[in-house]
Design a protein around this ligand. Structure first.
Ligand SMILES: *Cc1c(COP(=O)(O)O)cnc(C)c1O
Length: 411
């Protein structure tokens, strides 16, 4: 490893990088690897060491120089002890949860989590693990009331998927530590560029990532990672080995390459996202914009305290009266905003979102239909013009709606 460096910008460039280890080339080779050949039996015997100890190479599934470089870089950026790369964000989540739970345990999960995370937690009932959802605005005292003798784990996603509530991680982790409850945080939205839950307050026990999103950053790979403390690492690495977790060589390489420009890309996503969020908040047909970076957002104060910035992903609540046919027509009209899942790439995206069907009653107070917007790197004037054309279609039936000038003169 190079000498530790402090300035964040420098860390993105040099974290986990050691050109001497790879013949002087700046980037590590992409190791497509299963078998590792030994010189003789003595060397083979010596390598049979516990893969947790990360001795010499053993077998491709346990990692390669490429995956190790990615893990080391992400560990440094998150301020962790060690990381485990997995084949997807969801697999990073499921592996980490399985590392902790056994039959009879109770786990607390934020009601605003990514829906496939929720589906997995619900499926744990078949293994004798009970999942209880907590409202994402719960404070430390509310969380303390939910902890039982068999509560093993609390799972945080902040801001929440689709509805973007910000959680009080220092208060929640302090309560959990006092009760011996482990905490996991999904940091996919903010990335270590803007938020480092391992270092926040008492600190969480593990940070999980869908590296598919901002870390890779170009919509060209599915990848996950878990960044651990010294205590959680053996548990998570052990679970990953038992479950056969690993990632493809090319995807790991793309993840590592994405990390090198993460802070630069996130700064631009933040700038464009905030500007478009403000603009959308002023448009007819928009009831609310769910973006913790906007003053007046319910999560804004916590976001200012615990985050260094905001990603380019936020929610837009439309007026309650607007119906699916008009919203569908609006989305079909958009030329630059792609209609598709995921986010974190260079391109702008929009999808309808439905938090109501699976949430606890009362934790989502919105009344209008929701859209989720990801702001990419297109010129803001072009993005606004695209949306203006969409609003024309959305509001065409509304009396008195003014047809705007599509030349982009209005802002
Ligand atoms: C996309 C996403 C995941 C799942 O990641 P995949 O790489 O698609 O498996 C998990 N958590 C959050 C917050 C996500 O947005």
């Amino acid at each position: 490893m190079n000498e530790p460096v402090d300035a964040p910008e420098t860390r993105y460039v040099h974290a986990g990088s050691d050109p001497r280890r790879q013949g002087g080339y700046v980037n590590p080779p992409v190791h497509h690897a299963s078998t590792v050949l030994y010189r003789d039996v003595a060397e083979m015997d010596a390598s049979q060491a516990d893969p947790l100890k990360r001795g010499g190479p053993v077998y491709g599934r346990f990692g390669t120089p490429t995956s190790r470089a990615f893990e080391e870089a992400l560990t440094e950026l998150e301020g962790g002890h060690a990381a485990v790369v997995t084949c997807s964000g969801l697999s990073a989540i499921t592996t980490t949860i399985l590392a902790y739970v056994q039959a009879g345990d109770h786990i607390l999960v934020s009601d605003s989590v990514y829906l496939p995370t929720r589906r997995f937690c619900d499926s744990l009932a078949a293994l004798g693990v009970e999942t209880e959802y907590y409202g994402p605005t719960a404070d430390g005292a509310a969380v303390a009331r939910l902890i039982r003798p068999r509560t093993r784990l609390l799972y945080i996603e902040s801001p929440g998927s689709t509805t973007f509530e910000v959680q009080d991680i220092p208060a929640i982790t302090a309560v959990c530590r006092a009760h011996g409850v482990a905490t996991i945080a999904d940091n996919t939205w903010a990335t270590p560029a803007f938020h480092r839950p391992l270092a926040l307050g008492a600190g969480v026990d593990a940070v999980v990532h869908s590296a598919t999103k901002y870390l890779t950053g170009h919509a060209d790979s599915i990848l996950g990672a878990v960044v651990c403390t010294e205590e959680s690492y053996p548990l998570v690495r052990g679970a990953a080995i038992r479950l056969g977790q690993c990632a493809g060589a090319d995807d790991v390489y793309l993840g590592l390459r994405g990390l090198r420009t993460l802070d630069v890309r996130l700064a631009r996503h933040q700038e464009q996202g905030l500007e478009l969020a403000r603009w959308l908040a002023g448009q007819e047909g928009v009831a609310a914009v769910l973006h913790p970076g906007l003053p007046g957002d319910p999560g804004h104060d916590l976001w200012r305290r615990d985050f260094a910035g905001a990603a380019g992903l936020f929610g837009v609540e439309l007026d309650p009266g607007l119906g699916k046919p008009d919203i569908d027509a609006m989305l079909d009209r958009l030329r630059l905003f792609g209609l598709g899942h995921s986010y974190g790439g260079y391109e702008s995206l929009i999808v309808p979102a439905d938090p109501v069907s699976h949430r606890l009653p009362g934790t989502w107070a919105g009344r209008g239909p929701l859209l989720r917007v990801h702001v990419g790197f297109e010129a803001l004037a072009d993005l606004k013009q695209d949306l203006r054309a969409g609003f024309e279609v959305l509001l065409r039936g509304r009396a008195g709606y003014r047809v705007t000038d599509l030349s982009g003169q209005h802002t």
